[in-house]
Ligand binder design. Structure first.
Ligand SMILES: O=C(O)CCC(=O)C(=O)O
Length: 283
């Protein structure tokens, strides 16, 4: 049987089913619900929306609110809004770090990059084109940077699953350009000419995906009537250069050699966050 490392090395990504449970994901989901509730009440008080949609479930409420006022998400992901101890606890979750350890060893740093993504029905902004993460992270292509991606609801093709091109990381970073009207740079040459190459990752809440910075992936349009909530973090081996990346200021070691105890505390990370200039750049 192939190990996690074998699969990851071969394909450039790895899905682990039932890696986390409600105890792991619940606190962050709670924070997101609180953010939605707070923003809703502010909009209601300002007269921007007619109802607070209190009865709506997690995968519908934010969409109902934006529809009420005729808006879409202002950005592709939430950052500062979800900054919390619950977020830090998921970033440093022992089960997550154990899995990462099988791929890059036991000296691990969190790169500082995190996003909660409310992917709305039929929304172009959150439908990412084929890309390699290094295309958006300058000078990272010679090192391994891992993205860990967790669905916070079950994700099927219909509500905007991620698609991957297995083994595409083996050919290095391709050239990218910007096309007018597109939010994200795209590869100059399309990375695939055939649907056969494409792996569509349908995943359930509790499953976890890890991929490297050179594998091609994209995010499908959400054709359902509900929100595809997900969260993603980035990690690398401790000492890997993060120079020039916007999130360097809030990077921190999360696992040291031969010690399962996270070397950074929430209090220390809070100090870094409070001193960091970038937090005011994102919502
Ligand atoms: O969550 C998504 O829809 C896209 C995520 C992605 O492409 C990334 O994190 O690089």
């Amino acid at each position: 049987m192939k190990s996690h490392l074998d699969i990851f090395t071969e394909n450039g990504y790895l899905v682990v089913h039932d890696a986390l449970d409600t105890e792991d994901l619940g606190p962050l989901t709670h924070i997101i619900c609180d953010v939605v509730d707070k923003r809703t009440r502010e909009m209601y008080s300002a007269g921007t929306i007619a109802h607070v949609y209190e009865e709506m479930p997690f995968d519908k409420r934010w969409y109902a609110i934006l529809q009420d006022c005729g808006k879409e998400n202002e950005v592709f992901g939430w950052h500062t809004l979800v900054y919390s101890e619950a977020l830090f606890n998921l970033i440093t979750n022992r089960k997550v770090l154990d899995l990462i350890e099988t791929l890059i060893g036991n000296e691990i740093q969190f790169n500082g990059d995190f996003w909660v993504r409310p992917k709305l029905p039929n929304e172009k902004l959150t439908t990412l084109p084929w890309h390699q993460d290094s295309a958006y992270m300058p000078d990272t292509e010679h090192d391994t940077h891992l993205t860990v991606w967790f669905p916070l609801v079950d994700v099927k093709t219909e509500n905007g699953a991620l698609q991957f091109l297995p083994r595409s990381h083996k050919e290095g970073l391709k050239s990218y350009h910007r096309i007018e009207g597109e939010a994200f740079a795209v590869p100059v040459i399309s990375p695939t000419s055939s649907d056969i190459d494409i792996d569509t990752l349908e995943m359930n809440k509790g499953d976890l995906l890890i991929f490297n910075n050179l594998v091609f992936h994209r995010s499908l349009l959400n054709k359902s009537g509900t929100i595809r909530w997900s969260v993603d973090f980035r990690y690398s081996r401790t000492g890997t250069s993060l120079e020039g990346l916007w999130h360097e200021a809030i990077a921190c070691p999360v696992r040291e050699k031969d010690n399962k105890q996270c070397p950074t505390s929430w209090k220390e990370w809070q100090r870094q966050w409070n001193a960091s200039p970038h937090k005011d750049r994102f919502i």
